[in-house]
Design a protein around this ligand. Structure first.
Ligand SMILES: *Cc1c(COP(=O)(O)O)cnc(C)c1O
Length: 376
């Protein structure tokens, strides 16, 4: 990380945790994914406030680095992104489709957004409202969430309006499981459909899809999780750099006797005399309550002075308690920072210990943290 930190918002005071977003690592991850996908183009998926890290700094850094294709979920996200990027060249795709709402369609046209049409109804509406304007077309290859069926695609592909399809895409259901037979089935179904739209660009892979050994990258890959530092190859070492660093200051320390309980409902009991540190981060900050540590189930970890220390007891709204008995005493003074996410504690580690996926960890990062952006 460079130390060229620019602060957003007011000064940090007291127990507030620090969320540091490394924009150089974000750009390096986007470049690495682009190199792996080449000659396909690498689009950045920046929906949900760029997975919680902040769409404005993220999109500006990626655009300056040469990214010209972006995906979001909602029309308001697309319009906001267009305003952020200003005159910079950018194809912006809106994944959640076309609403039957003339004001929304007008706003989408005004901001020059490509809707990703996801049903036969949406396709018909687009042709009726905006003839001869390009759009993306989502074909369902087995996820049954959004997208027209391959049979509907065949009908559309046989009409002259098929030339208005600028991008034909589908989405993997299980690309993070390379051995899942669904990947090959979806690849085969998509291969057949894309032949129907010879003038359109084709896109299938998300982050993990880029790593599948036997599926092509087509013309465009749509990468989110990996550029934010999540591991697109679960079970294997993470090839991405860490982007998100979360550090919380210790508010206070206490020594407890064997048998002492911690937190709401006393779910953790000290097995021996322990040193405990209380930090001002809880579930209202996005440290999920499922990261709690009980007698039965170990909780998430924090890194303190190079030692991994467990969260003990229930994570509460604004606080949690860490057993720092094994950490160096010098690293555990009040005010000392503990790492909750970063170089040592990976997003995927925290997610696994909280019974969820890293995507939910990222998108839960709250606005309550003191945020700083470095690099970019
Ligand atoms: C969110 C999303 C992506 C990005 O997926 P990652 O796994 O984060 O890379 C790509 N395509 C679609 C349709 C999505 O909804």
């Amino acid at each position: 990380m460079s130390n060229k930190a620019h602060m957003t918002g007011s000064e940090r005071l007291g127990s507030q945790a620090i969320l540091t977003i490394d924009l150089d690592a974000l750009v390096a991850n986007w470049r690495a994914m682009g190199a792996r996908a080449a000659p396909a183009q690498c689009a950045a998926v920046v929906k949900a406030d760029a997975y919680g890290i902040g769409v404005k700094p993220a999109a500006l850094a990626l655009s300056r680095a040469g990214c010209v294709s972006f995906f979001v979920a909602h029309i308001n996200e697309a319009i906001h992104l267009r305003a952020i990027l200003g005159a910079a060249p950018a194809d912006i795709y809106c994944l959640n489709g076309l609403p039957d709402d003339s004001a929304a369609i007008a706003a989408l046209l005004d901001a020059d957004i490509f809707p990703v049409l996801g049903s036969a109804t949406e396709w018909t509406l687009w042709q009726a409202q905006v003839p001869n304007r390009k759009a993306a077309l989502h074909v369902d290859t087995g996820m049954n969430r959004l997208g027209i069926s391959p049979a509907e695609a065949a009908v559309i592909g046989a009409t002259p309006a098929a030339d208005n399809v600028a991008l034909v895409m589908s989405h993997f259901a299980s690309s993070e499981e390379p051995d899942n037979p669904m990947n090959a089935a979806q690849h085969a179904a998509f291969d057949a459909v894309r032949q129907l739209f010879p003038h359109a660009r084709a896109s299938l892979a998300n982050s993990s899809g880029v790593f599948l050994p036997s599926t092509p990258h087509y013309d465009l890959v749509r990468v989110g999780y990996a550029i934010y530092g999540g591991n697109p190859t679960p079970g294997a070492p993470n090839p991405m750099q860490s982007v998100v660093h979360l550090q919380a200051p210790i508010i206070q320390l206490r020594e407890v006797e064997a048998g002492a309980c911690v937190g709401y409902n006393s779910t953790w009991r000290a097995p021996s005399a322990r040193r405990l540190a209380t930090i001002g981060t809880g579930y209202a900050d996005g440290l999920l309550r499922s990261a709690s540590g009980s007698q039965e189930k170990p909780g998430a970890q924090a890194c303190i002075g190079g030692m991994l220390c467990p969260i003990v007891g229930r994570v509460s709204m604004d606080l949690c308690v860490i057993d720092v008995t094994d950490a160096p005493v010098t690293a555990t003074a009040p005010g000392a920072l503990v790492e909750l996410l970063g170089a040592t504690i990976a997003i995927d580690d925290l997610a696994a210990r909280a019974n969820t996926i890293g995507y939910e960890i990222l998108t839960s990062l709250s606005s309550r943290y003191y945020r700083q952006y470095v690099g970019g």
